[in-house]
Design a protein around this ligand. Sequence first.
Ligand code: HSE
Length: 455
Amino acid sequence: MTVTSPRTPAVASADQLSTAAEHTGPLRVGLLGCGVVGSQVARMILSRSDDVRARVGRPVELAGIAVAHPDRPRARLPQDLFTADAHALAARDDIDIVVEVIGGIDPAYELIMTAIEHGSSVVTANKALLAAHGHEIYAAADAHGVDVYYEAAVAGAIPIVRPLRESLVGDEIRRVMGIVNGTTNYILDKMTTEGVSFDRALSEAQRLGYAESDPTADVEGYDAAAKAAILASLAFHTRVRGTQVHREGITGITPEDIQAAQGMGCVIKLLAICEMEPEGVSVRVHPALVPQEHPLAGIRGANNAIFVEAREAGHLMFMGPGAGGSPTASAVMGDLVTVARNRARGVAGPPQAIFGDVPVASMGTVHTRFQLSIQVSDRPGILSQVASIFAKHGVSLQTVQQSALEGAGKEDGWSATLRMVVHETRESDFEACLAELAGSPIVNGEPRFIRVEGM
Ligand code: HSE
């Protein structure tokens, strides 16, 4: 998308920034959006002004708030700050920092580009936008010498963007594995602790305000995939878009899957996993079995957690609230103070550390472990036929467990469920094995499988 500017773009050149450094007047903030997060950001800018001034070295002033309905009364926020004209606010020459908390691609992309072209630094919580157009936005910010900060875009209040972008930039990240969607973690946790169905847990999540009335973005993994793309880009210094992330949601998880997981000493979590494979960066979001002793297994309710494996630092765990007005506003305020400090000193923060062009590896190249279950007849020779299919595809069995089949299929002679865990294998080999099992006359119906992580 090309953004046309109503005037010559105000590039924040070194000269301009050094002029800014000589100023002592207030830094002015334009806030785009005043919903659950935006209203908390506005409240914090106004109520914490003394602290913010002390930390920045200059006052930080709320100069305008763009909303769809500026006349709607809003408690404790001055009415004269509100405007319906978001574009005019983003383009204002007297604004230093634009905070975007509208969400979505349109009109957020155009507004952010307008702000950058007019020399404003940007703070955003917009994961969908950054996963789709982050690299165009970062390039524009670099060209105009301004900052783009986005701590709140991934895992709400949890500091993870800055640790990857700054604290760990001298290390080598090997893997990032996290629970980055609170709604799905709440649903899976409820299914685990109360044995309820997916539908029942989803209704409860909606009643409590975690899940939207259309829960697709959360339960089908789109929200987590956008965050995974941002994490992978940061961790591996390359370009990963949300559409390049392998994505599976949790709608197919049944109470029986949860019980089977518990029988193996595991819980089911929706994981976002970014890692370096020989063929490139692999980025995936899918439900997985996680051993109960793994730090991610203990993440309860709507919390998020991210487990980082770095060559020198070792294993690091970041955990906390991944959504909600105040927690997300805390992350936005951290960025706002950082960006304001940079402006006050006439500098820009570190550039996006994108210096590689590592390809995104296809899912078939990923190496992981699987648990699968099939229905078979409990007759002599069946297990050896099943085992030979695994052997043919080079997939090694670690454990095999047989139980009497209950329910559908039993009356037709399918008398046993075989539940197997395989050693780490290439996904494409496992898929070939699965396809042959599905087409085999000794297997009833489609095999069910789930990946196993963290063992
Ligand atoms: N809907 C998200 C979640 C929060 O449930 O974690 C915003 O990304």
